[in-house]
Design a protein around this ligand. Structure first.
Ligand SMILES: [Zn+2]
Length: 153
């Protein structure tokens, strides 16, 4: 991840709006990722640069999808769960469902064409696998998965 950028700042402001209860939940995940990235930047984690998708465990259960556009190295995640089925976690490939549905690209994204290609790729994968799509920045998607400490099965 890069030094995290305009979307984080804007969304944190949104999260602090009164009545934005749903927003704070989704930003826990985002903040955790940012902390993780900060730790990685300090050399505290094992970092593997990926130019292609990566089947993390070699069994297809967790696949890191290369979805450049928001940032040059942006990645999304495909998780296949025994009961829930396939889940696509978009990361910042789309910020809100409207972006996802219409290929709407925020002006601050690194590359517009790459973003659109990545969104189309995610949509094809999701359609093929009948996957649940989670857009983490969108509060409407939070309820698609159980709340911590429960886990999707
Ligand atoms: Zn972002």
């Amino acid at each position: 991840m890069d030094a995290h950028h305009a979307c984080g700042r804007r969304l944190r402001r949104r999260a602090h709006r009164p009545g934005g209860a749903g927003a704070s939940g989704r930003h826990v995940a985002h903040a955790a990722r940012l902390r993780h990235a900060a730790g990685a930047a300090k050399g505290e984690g094992k970092v593997e640069a990926l130019a292609v998708d990566k089947d993390v465990f070699g069994d297809g259960s967790v696949i890191v999808l290369r979805t450049p556009g928001h940032t040059p190295g942006h990645q999304s995640l495909l998780v296949k769960l025994p009961q829930t089925g396939a889940v696509v976690i978009t990361g910042d490939a789309a910020h809100f469902r409207e972006n996802y549905d219409s290929d709407g690209v925020p002006a601050f994204n690194f590359d517009r064409a790459q973003t659109v290609a990545s969104l189309e790729r995610l949509k094809k994968i999701a359609a093929n696998l009948k996957a649940t799509v989670i857009i983490q920045h969108d509060a409407r998607d939070i309820d698609k998965l159980p709340a911590f400490p429960a886990a999707a099965k």
